[in-house]
Ligand binder design. Structure first.
Ligand SMILES: *Cc1c(COP(=O)(O)O)cnc(C)c1O
Length: 385
């Protein structure tokens, strides 16, 4: 059996090696390292793929989130509601801009922000909601967009984990993750579903004015060379990363399909196991329908109900199976973000999930033998040890 990896970037590279190598050589020979032709053409191709008017590339997903908030003109003291159960980048940039982060609980079955908890947290100071499409599946955007409209709030989608996923609204319309709110951010960190070979990120919006504002902000607030109209930042996608992304973008749907196929195989093996909860797919298709893109499985995350999660992690590692606990600490209990405005009784789900979740190896190169080895190991351990 091939050695099992959490993410197999080497195996994926083998499949695109010729194309990537020749475009990288082209970049090196052109010496157009910043704002070269690859950055521009990748941007256009991503706009077409997402069916969104504007993609603004930038240096990483954390910058992308920060620039979204700057672009919307959020001011110190404005409250921004986001999920307690996510990667810290989301809350970090809120705090860095002297906005007030307001963390709320998530749903136990999808791990995504709970719209009822959002509504409870809205105050006259609330200006924006940041739903994170966690682990590859969109948050409940029907409810979130309705709340935003009712309370006149901006919606900033953190789409670092769900690029290529779609969301089906109750009225039947279907949209790509990152094109439903006022603005969205994504990350091209190597292990993301569309990853480059270093750092990279992008902002998406259908709003022409906001796109114009943001395009200047990523480049020192310049709209005309050496005239600085607003305070900006330096956040660029470089040509080398854009060349890698341009080679990978046409394969993104296929990569995501491979992830879904691996998830279906995991699901089949774990179905009916009393102490294992498989990830819920919002459309209840359980990954069985062929063309379903409601979940792109950035992570395949189980809940282990019989308090054996920590021992299971150890057991998997002892047997050469890498795994991850995303995330082990709720953000409202992190030293940097603890605040006496929070009441433990408001976070029953996150407080439980951090003890139960485990993410199994998930990437485009998993084979049946590896999946059988992993699932047998998990099932044996959870039932017998
Ligand atoms: C990865 C990630 C980010 C940050 O992206 P970087 O490119 O690493 O800065 C933000 N939010 C979420 C949910 C992520 O998973």
């Amino acid at each position: 059996m091939k050695k099992i990896q959490m993410v197999d970037l080497k195996g994926q590279y083998e499949g695109i090696k010729n194309e990537v190598n020749s475009s990288l050589t082209e970049v090196l020979e052109s010496s157009a390292f910043i704002n070269g032709p690859y950055v521009h053409s990748f941007q256009k191709e991503l706009e077409d793929y997402l069916e969104v008017k504007h993609v603004i590339p930038c240096a990483n997903g954390t910058d992308a989130l920060q620039i979204c908030m700057m672009g919307l003109g959020l001011q110190p003291g404005d409250e921004v509601i986001t999920a307690d159960f996510t990667f810290a980048a989301t809350v970090e940039v809120i705090a860095l801009l002297n906005l007030t982060p307001v963390l709320v609980d998530v749903e136990p079955d999808t791990f995504n922000i709970d719209p009822e908890a959002i509504e409870k947290a809205i105050t006259p100071k609330t200006k924006a909601i940041v739903p994170v499409h966690l682990f590859g599946q969109c948050a409940n955007m029907d409810a979130i967009m309705a709340l935003a409209e009712k309370h006149n709030l901006f919606v900033i989608e953190d789409n670092a984990q769900a690029i290529g996923a779609s969301y089906s609204f109750a009225d039947g319309t279907k949209k790509k993750a990152g094109t439903m709110g006022h603005v969205a951010s994504t990350s091209f960190f190597p292990s993301k579903n569309l990853g480059c070979y270093g750092d990279g990120g992008a902002i998406f919006t259908n709003d022409d004015d906001l796109a114009h504002t943001i395009r200047g902000m990523v480049n020192h607030g310049m709209y005309r060379r050496y005239y600085h109209d607003v305070v900006g930042v330096n956040s660029r996608l470089d040509s080398i990363q854009a060349a890698v992304l341009k080679a990978k973008l046409p394969k993104l749907d296929d990569y995501n399909k491979k992830r879904r196929e691996a998830a279906q195989k995991y699901n089949k093996a774990f179905q009916g196991q009393p102490n294992i909860v498989i990830p819920k797919m919002v459309r209840n298709c359980e990954g069985i329908c062929d063309d379903c893109d409601c979940h792109v499985f950035h992570q395949y995350t189980l809940r282990i109900l019989n308090e054996k999660r920590d021992n299971l992690v150890q057991h998997l590692n002892d047997n050469g199976v890498p795994c991850g606990v995303y995330y082990p600490v709720p953000l409202h209990l992190q030293k940097a973000y603890a605040n006496n405005r929070y009441d433990e009784a408001d976070f029953p789900v996150t407080n439980q999930l951090i003890k139960e979740v485990v993410s199994l190896p998930m990437h485009t190169e998993l084979d049946d033998e590896q999946i059988a080895f992993i699932t047998n190991l998990v099932i044996d351990f959870v039932n017998n040890q």
